[in-house]
Design a protein around this ligand. Structure first.
Ligand code: GDD
Ligand code: MN
Length: 378
């Protein structure tokens, strides 16, 4: 074991906190710590690993490092997942006025950290971003498909947030703590896109600058960025439009519900086409059941990714989902009919009100009975 550094009472509070989110990075954390310590030599820094209870024991490895160097700290979160929320938690746990976020798999070039710090401090900026897209930056060894996806997501993000930034998707940046404290309650905190989240949550335009770096290939472990990340990105963008009061799961549930309408119509249409209009009742019933079933599986896969039902639970889940949604449909029709007949609202408004009540009902009841969601929000 390396020698323990003697405790120093004159240790100054950190000027820079480097926040490193980790999930299954046990092989990399020691090297991350070694490199950070080496490039930040002479500065007052701390390194905070925020681990989501990785099964490979990353948190324990990180604690071993922290025992040897008091500038290293570990936050281990239980029953939680998410890159952005992990970073936010790390950011709120430090007193440092400058906060850097860097991946824990050695793909980000730590040598940029002192330059980022110097820029943000000396040029009086709010955020300095490590960019793969400005001159001198590079995507490294990414596949053409992933490069394409990244560019598309970047373009959408830039258009929506209107940020003068070449790489708003970067996971490598440094930000003033005061910026975070000012906007933390407006952050959505989902998915991977923390930088975009910060840019759009901040009320005043932020003074920013980009510094190029080369995205290194991953040496150990694997990327946790999969297609569900794109889905979470979409949810985050919608939440930015509708406001933070609407729960993310409800947005997901509603999107899937809207998709269910398409499923419904694409089942009903061929039945009517083949069997004629007499078959409407049969067609409508079949289409309803198919749409409910597909909604159930999609919600289980996406909306309740963290509470996913498996094996035999699926049968009960499906049954309770169909039952709840049938009652929801009754409520929907009842309310729409009542409003329409009361004569104050036209057919469109009546129908929309019915749909809204049905959707909220379905969402609330299936959250409790189908996915048995704990009462406190996560
Ligand atoms: N605590 C925590 N919880 N950490 C996580 C989680 C999570 O749920 N998911 C991923 N991480 C950690 C990883 O362990 C790694 O240190 C870092 O977050 C980035 O995850 P990767 O899985 O390596 O992401 P990537 O290399 O595919 O994506 C990178 O490039 C993207 C640019 O397109 C990241 O830097 C992204 O932030 C960036 O948007
Ligand atoms: Mn990575």
């Amino acid at each position: 074991m390396p020698e323990r550094t003697p405790p120093t009472l004159d240790q100054r509070p950190p000027e820079l906190a480097v926040i490193v989110p980790t999930y299954n990075e046990a092989e990399a954390v020691a090297e991350v710590a070694r490199r950070v310590a080496s490039v930040l030599e002479g500065l007052d820094w701390e390194l905070i690993f925020v681990d989501d209870d990785s099964p490979d024991g990353t948190a324990e490895r990180a604690r071993e490092l922290a025992r040897l160097d008091p500038r290293i700290r570990v936050i281990q979160r239980i029953g939680r997942r998410g890159l952005s929320s992990a970073c936010i938690e790390g950011m709120l746990s430090t007193t440092a006025p400058y906060l850097a976020v860097m991946d824990g798999d050695l793909q980000h070039d730590e040598a940029l950290l002192p330059h980022m710090l110097q820029a943000i401090r000396d040029e009086d900026l709010d955020i300095v971003v490590g960019s793969r897209y400005v001159a001198g930056g590079d995507l490294g060894d990414w596949s053409a498909r992933r490069q394409g996806m990244s560019r598309l997501a970047t373009w959408i993000g830039r258009t929506l947030i209107r940020a003068e930034l070449s790489d708003p998707m970067s996971g490598f940046f440094i930000v003033r703590a005061s910026v975070i404290h000012g906007c933390v309650r407006r952050l959505s905190g989902v998915g991977f896109k923390l930088l975009l989240d910060i840019l759009s949550a901040s009320k005043t335009p932020l003074r920013l600058r980009e510094l190029p770096f080369r995205f290194r290939p991953r040496r150990t472990g694997q990327s946790k960025l999969d297609t569900t990340v794109l889905w979470e990105y979409l949810l985050m963008l919608i939440q930015k439009l509708v406001g933070p009061m609407i729960p993310l799961r409800f947005i997901a549930f509603s999107l899937i519900g809207a998709f269910g309408v398409l499923v419904h119509l694409s089942v009903l249409w061929p039945i009517l086409h083949l069997l004629g209009e007499d078959a409407f009742l049969v067609g409508q019933a079949t289409a309803t059941l198919v749409a409910m079933t597909s909604n159930f599986f999609l919600n289980n896969l996406l909306t309740y990714r963290d509470l996913r039902l498996r094996g035999r639970q699926l049968l009960w889940g499906w049954l309770s989902f169909v039952l709840a949604c049938s009652l929801g449909a009754l409520a929907n029709v009842g309310i729409a009919d009542y409003l329409f007949r009361a004569g104050h609202s036209g057919w469109v408004l009546s129908a929309l009100a019915g749909i809204l009540v049905g959707a909220v009902w379905n969402y609330a009841v299936t959250a409790v009975y189908t996915w048995r969601r704990p009462a406190n929000p996560i």
